[in-house]
Design a protein around this ligand. Structure first.
Ligand SMILES: Cc1cc2nc3c(=O)[nH]c(=O)nc-3n(C[C@H](O)[C@H](O)[C@H](O)COP(=O)(O)OP(=O)(O)OC[C@H]3O[C@@H](n4cnc5c(N)ncnc54)[C@H](O)[C@@H]3O)c2cc1C
Length: 398
């Protein structure tokens, strides 16, 4: 006899798909404002917790953690950075962001932000359903959308007023918006970033973005004892061909002799190659579905905007949803996409500009290189140029 398992149905105000930084931040902010929500996550908690990604926080991200009262570790363990460096051969141009725009950025790993948000979920009454399989969005164009998924073999359904698509670049949310109303803007770069994470002190107390004739390099860190370095490599490279020693050797050349002398080598905790792309999907809202974070846009990591853009989307989305549930105000929901996209495009511009300035593109000739040198000369000699970079680096106002 065929057995029918009954679908379990729950009701909430906002169903959030994805427990990355965007989904967890939005869930906490909505709970703090008294809005009911549930987060559905495809992966196991350990997987989400151990993902290694971004590490430079703009004010918007720090301020959301402060607003939630979840910034205790960030305050004690985060490293405030008053500047960063652009290297071109032997030359090092320091962008003194504290002096130029009176602000700083905070180095604190995305892994730590995720841990802080996950650890506080139960106490704050934020329900996160991990290992939610086959998540599908329904009726997003209307006022009564719902989400179906299976968990432990049982079919589940969440009826809600809004869905927040925070499920990253590969999730189902963006695809639920009909192609007839959508626009995609995409640029795929002809190289990827090979990253190495190691428990060694950083070679410099601030980040160094280096444009060397052998290619790009970035010296970054997650803490005073954990370093994150990158080099750009052709997309045809395989990580198996890059021993730790080969990566350290290449970094030492590209970062220049001064930084090389201070590099401490160590075994890789993580080593991978990530492709680089610039991508924007519009609109970021369709009916009752709001997209936040990587679900709607991707930036190349040059300039560290990905996580911070997810935070600014969440800031706008939370205000719009709270306005709707508190005072039946639909204006914030209607304005969400344009508001979020205005900031997204500016961050896309900055990440793209910095990527073009600091990488040697295949096919570029002497003219393109001369333009890079002229741009770097201008930056080195102009406080106005440095101020423009600094205000974008710390994050434009929300
Ligand atoms: C390898 C890598 C390295 C990066 N390095 C940097 C960096 O150095 N600096 C920087 O600024 N940015 C970096 N980024 C970008 C930054 O990490 C992202 O912008 C940020 O994670 C965006 O957060 P998000 O919550 O929008 O998306 P994500 O972090 O991708 O979270 C999406 C969540 O949705 C879940 N999900 C996906 N599909 C489903 C589904 N079907 N059902 C339910 N849940 C689903 C995922 O498991 C995930 O937990 C990096 C990104 C990657 C991928």
């Amino acid at each position: 006899m065929q057995q029918f398992m009954k679908t379990q149905v729950m009701k909430t105000q906002v169903c959030i798909i994805g427990a990355g930084p965007a989904g967890l931040l939005l869930g906490h902010l909505l709970r703090a404002e008294g809005v009911d929500c549930v987060v559905l996550e495809a992966r196991k908690p350990d997987y989400v917790r151990s993902r290694i990604r971004a590490g430079v926080l703009e004010n918007i991200t720090v301020s959301l953690m402060e607003r939630l009262g979840l910034d205790a570790r960030l305050k004690t363990e985060g490293l405030p950075h008053d500047g960063f460096n652009l290297a071109d051969g032997e030359r090092l141009i320091r962008i003194d962001i504290a002096d130029l725009v009176g602000q700083n950025v905070c180095v604190y790993g995305q892994t730590e932000i995720t841990a802080d948000l996950m650890d506080a979920a139960e106490d704050r009454g934020l329900q996160v359903n991990y290992e939610a399989e086959s998540v599908a969005l329904h009726d997003v164009g209307g006022d009564a959308p719902y989400v179906t998924y299976t968990q432990g073999g049982v079919e589940q359904r969440v009826d809600c007023r809004f869905i927040a698509g925070c499920d990253g670049f590969h999730g189902p949310s963006r695809k639920a918006i009909p192609a007839s109303v959508a626009q995609e803007f995409e640029l795929v770069y002809p190289f990827g970033w090979l990253g190495i994470l190691a428990d060694v002190p950083p070679c410099n107390h601030e980040l160094i973005y280096a444009n060397h004739e052998r290619g790009f390099a970035l010296a970054s860190m997650r803490s005073a004892t954990r370093s994150r370095y990158y080099i750009d490599v052709p997309l045809t490279e395989r990580i198996e061909d890059w021993s730790d020693d080969r990566v350290w050797d290449e970094l030492a050349v590209r970062l220049g002799p001064e930084a090389a002398a201070k590099i401490t080598r160590g075994p890789a905790l993580e080593k991978s190659i990530a492709p680089l792309r610039s991508y924007v999907f519009a609109p970021m809202r369709h009916g009752s579905l709001l997209l936040c974070g990587d679900a709607a846009h991707i930036v190349p990591p040059t300039g560290a905007k990905g996580l911070n853009l997810a935070a600014s989307d969440v800031h706008y989305a939370c205000a719009a949803l709270v306005g709707y549930f508190r005072s039946a105000d639909n204006d914030g929901i209607a304005a969400y996409s344009n508001k979020a996209l205005a900031r997204v495009w500016k961050s896309e511009r900055f990440s793209w500009t910095l990527t073009k300035l600091m990488h040697r593109f295949p096919g570029d000739g002497p003219f393109e290189r001369a333009m890079q040198v002229a741009e770097l000369d201008y930056i080195a000699s102009s406080r106005a140029a440095q101020t423009s970079i600094a205000e974008n680096y710390v994050g434009l106002p929300v």
